[in-house]
Design a protein around this ligand. Structure first.
Ligand code: 5RP
Length: 244
């Protein structure tokens, strides 16, 4: 098993019978879908899942998980997703894909939000490896660009990977990739929330309840500590990195 698969397996091992589980999007979230499906098959685990994207929904259906919609449920017990960056206080950056709005919705709706990742996602500060994705209502693009410029925030309108047309998210919005000036990430997140036309942004501040980080041989679980700058680390190692 690779590091992402180990983290995903550790998260799946924590799922209890009867839970309603939110599924993230991305290669690590895909590993979690596979690991959860194995538990359903081999441990007779009964769970319902809600997907954050069409891709994850199809993957979950193909894995024979019981998929429902957010509209049909009262409570999401846990949301499990990957991340682009993870800071020491467990603020995470997401949004390289096109499903940010639904991802943050599920992260906020769930009783618990768990991040699964490999060690390459650790950063000292959010924005170190990637710009922050800011999803913008198309009609408000110019207004939002002006307001962000007034905050000294540089923006780049995201294009399709081939550099041609503009990038459109699953929610039908545009994306400004922004470089935040240095300073408190939580404060920048609140400032972005207040910009007219901003539908959502990629900073998930004070939302994560645990982060399961895999390396070649083990998974380390980090919990946020109240008001502490560093997370508390606990080693998870099932002694079976072969996954048998
Ligand atoms: C999509 C995301 C993904 O969770 C993030 O990009 C991590 O992806 P991967 O697990 O493939 O590295 O935020 O918006």
């Amino acid at each position: 098993m690779n590091a992402k698969q180990l983290a995903a397996q550790a998260a799946a091992a924590l799922i209890s019978p009867g839970m309603c589980v939110g599924l993230g999007t991305g290669s690590t979230a895909d590993c979690f879908i596979d690991a959860l499906a194995r538990r359903v098959q081999h441990d007779n685990l009964t769970v319902t899942v809600v997907a954050s994207s069409v891709i994850s929904q199809i993957n979950a259906e193909q894995a024979r998980l019981t998929v429902t919609s957010l509209a049909a449920i009262d409570q999401l017990d846990v949301y499990v997703d990957g991340a682009d960056e993870i800071a020491p206080d467990l603020t995470v950056l997401k949004g390289r894909g096109q499903d940010l709005v639904q991802e943050k919705l599920l992260a906020k709706a769930a009783k618990e939000f768990w991040i699964i990742a490999d060690t390459s996602k650790h950063v000292s500060n959010i924005g170190q490896q990637h710009p922050v994705a800011v999803e913008i209502l198309p009609a408000a693009l110019k207004l939002a660009q002006q307001k962000l410029a007034q905050l000294d925030i540089q923006t780049t309108l995201r294009k399709q990977p081939d550099g041609g047309n503009v990038f459109i998210t699953a929610a039908g919005n545009l994306v400004l990739d922004v470089r935040l000036p240095s300073g408190d990430t939580g404060r920048w997140a609140r400032r972005l929330d207040a910009v007219p036309g901003v539908i959502e942004h990629g900073i998930f501040h004070h939302l994560v309840n645990r982060a399961l980080i895999g390396d070649d041989t083990k998974v380390t679980t980090f919990f946020p500590e109240n008001d502490a700058p560093e997370a508390f680390a606990m080693i998870y190692d099932d002694g079976d990195s072969d996954g048998d």
